[in-house]
Design a protein around this ligand. Structure first.
Ligand code: MAN
Length: 562
């Protein structure tokens, strides 16, 4: 614990490599030198009204309330050290009555980096090499402890690691520049696609207009043509079929009427025979008035019948009519039914006898007239259920194809335009990562991050995959985490955070979401995944996309990018 606090404090208080001069009292850091030199007496730094003899400095007795008279001993270590957040001397407004005016014991660390060590570490019998590699904090050799000066070796190793870090940073920055170049190229392609699509759409609009005109013309001219019924010989064929059926019906009815007529004629003949016999054989001497009147009526009937005109329609004529189709006087329906010669041919045959320009002119005029008549409801339009001509079908297909092409190109243009407006981060950097994924094993799951797309939790036990959120936007947030030895930590400072939301619903909870925190690294790597709240995930990811370009100033292009 003691070490942790000290490290934090001292990390913040490293001030370069200047070692204190020999004439300074032990433990005085370079920033405080002016308070200890060129004066006969010493004034406490935060309480200058209190003056002390020079001999009282580092006499192992804490005389100043701010501890400034003991820069090189632990005598004032009970006073809280100067907080790293407080300003250093020059203005001492930050010091309070209860805090030490000095941040610690100054360890010059020649050959490495000078550093402040907490006063309580001074002469505590422990060599604090990581803070004070020259061992000067253990000058009293408490308990016989003698700390050798290891600054050369430690300094060398430190410089080696620093150089490694610098080179890594350089490589990361280079990788980032490559990504920027790729992103720029991808953007250029989208822009080129937008231009190309605009041109294609313009051409297609013209083509669509032409095809529409053509279709209207074809439809207009074809509309009034006699249209065939599928599988039949056309309108005339249909008419012939209907007429044939009707004639057959009438012929049947006539046949029955003729039979009834013949029956009735037989009965009339029998009755006439009876009455003739009655007239010849009755006795007129009986003077029966009723019988006389009946005989008279029959004589009148018989006289009238003789004068009756013969019917215009002879039985022979009727017999002729009753003959079946195809016979001498019948109708040859086959000529009309299912004839290969279409009605259109019949209708248009006359054109063959006219010179071409005349036939075109006449046909157009007739067509115009028929179209006008159809449009005004005088003539019926093509009946439903009839097939349209191949010409109209082809014109319609060409027009529909152009319309489809146009609408798919228009939506593709819209999509590309929207893409250009999307936020892909500074320098459009995430455009270069779009479509790529990285993954890492954490516990019972494999986690996957697909840039600009989604995050995924994949069960290693075969329980399926769970969407942890879909990419929504790029944000920034402040990280405040301890550095890790391997460098794979969020550390402190502003970090890019990618928000993924609306993932798979959590049982009894909201939809899953993920915050993806990015830290500069040489390669894309998923470091850690945590679930702070149920179904709220945090991914920590190293990527060159999050690096600063060391050679790159905003608005200025690096040489190799041009
Ligand atoms: C699964 C995983 C966990 C999550 C629970 C919630 O087990 O997605 O991360 O916490 O479901 O029920």
């Amino acid at each position: 614990m003691r070490r942790t606090c000290a490290l934090a404090l001292l990390g913040a208080l490293s001030h370069g490599t200047i070692a204190a001069s020999d004439s300074l009292p032990r433990g005085v850091g370079p920033e405080f030198a002016r308070f200890y030199t060129g004066k006969a007496t010493f004034a406490c730094i935060a309480n200058p009204s209190i003056t002390l003899e020079s001999s009282q400095i580092n006499d192992n007795s804490c005389d100043c309330p701010d501890g400034s008279d003991e820069p090189g001993t632990s005598a004032c270590s009970h006073i809280d050290p100067l907080s790293p957040e407080q300003p250093l001397p020059g203005s001492l407004t930050g010091t309070t009555n209860t805090s030490n005016a000095l941040p610690g014991f100054w360890c010059a660390n020649a050959g490495h980096i000078g550093n402040y060590v907490p006063f309580m570490y001074v002469n505590d019998g422990v060599c604090d090499y990581e803070l004070c590699c020259d061992g000067s904090d253990e000058f009293a050799r408490v308990g016989g402890v003698q700390c050798e000066n290891r600054c050369d070796a430690i300094g060398k190793e430190h410089r080696r690691l620093e150089e490694e870090r610098r080179q890594s940073k350089e490589r990361s920055a280079k990788r980032r520049r490559t990504l920027v170049k790729e992103a720029r190229e991808l953007r250029r392609r989208v822009e080129a696609r937008v231009i190309a699509l605009k041109d294609e759409i313009k051409d297609l609009e013209i083509k669509k207009g032409e095809l529409q005109t053509k279709f209207d013309e074809v439809e207009r001219s074809e509309r009034n043509r006699v249209v065939k019924v599928e599988g039949e010989g056309g309108k005339i064929g249909v008419l012939a079929g209907l007429a044939k059926a009707r004639v057959a019906e009438l012929r049947g009815a006539l046949d029955k009427v003729l039979d009834q007529r013949d029956d009735l004629q037989d009965r009339v003949n029998q009755l006439e025979e009876i009455l003739t016999k009655f007239k010849e054989e009755y006795n007129p001497n009986f003077n029966d008035e009723g019988v006389k009147a009946a005989v008279k009526s029959y004589e009148d009937y018989a006289a009238g019948k003789t004068a009756e005109k013969k019917s215009d329609l002879a039985d022979t004529d009727i017999a002729e009519m009753m003959k079946e189709d195809g016979e001498a006087s019948g109708i040859n329906w086959a000529e009309f039914e299912g004839s290969d010669a279409g009605d259109v041919d019949v209708v248009y045959n006359w054109e063959a006898y006219l010179p071409r320009p005349v036939s075109d002119f006449v046909r157009d005029k007739i067509n115009d007239l028929r179209v006008w008549a159809i449009a005004n409801g005088i003539l019926a339009d093509s009946p439903k259920g009839t097939s349209e001509s191949r010409l109209v079908t082809a014109a319609r297909a060409a027009l529909d194809a152009a319309k489809d092409d146009l609408s798919s190109k228009a939506s593709s243009l819209e999509e590309q335009r929207r893409d250009l407006e999307k936020d892909y981060g500074s320098d459009d950097i995430f455009r270069a990562l779009k479509g790529k994924c990285i993954s890492g094993d954490v516990g019972e799951y494999e986690y996957e991050l697909c840039w600009n797309d989604r995050t995924m939790q994949k069960s290693k036990k075969g329980h399926g995959n769970t969407n942890m959120g879909n990419f929504v936007r790029i944000d920034k947030e402040l990280a405040d985490e301890q550095e890790r030895a391997d460098g794979k930590s969020l550390g402190k400072g502003e970090r890019i955070v990618l928000r993924y939301e609306n993932g798979q619903g959590c049982w009894n909870g909201p939809n899953r979401r993920t915050d993806v925190w990015l830290v500069c690294a040489e390669a894309d790597e998923l470091w850690r995944v945590s679930e702070s709240e149920k179904c709220v995930y945090k991914m920590e990811v190293g990527t060159p996309a999050a690096c600063e370009d060391v050679h790159h100033q905003p608005g200025v292009r690096a040489k190799d990018e041009l």
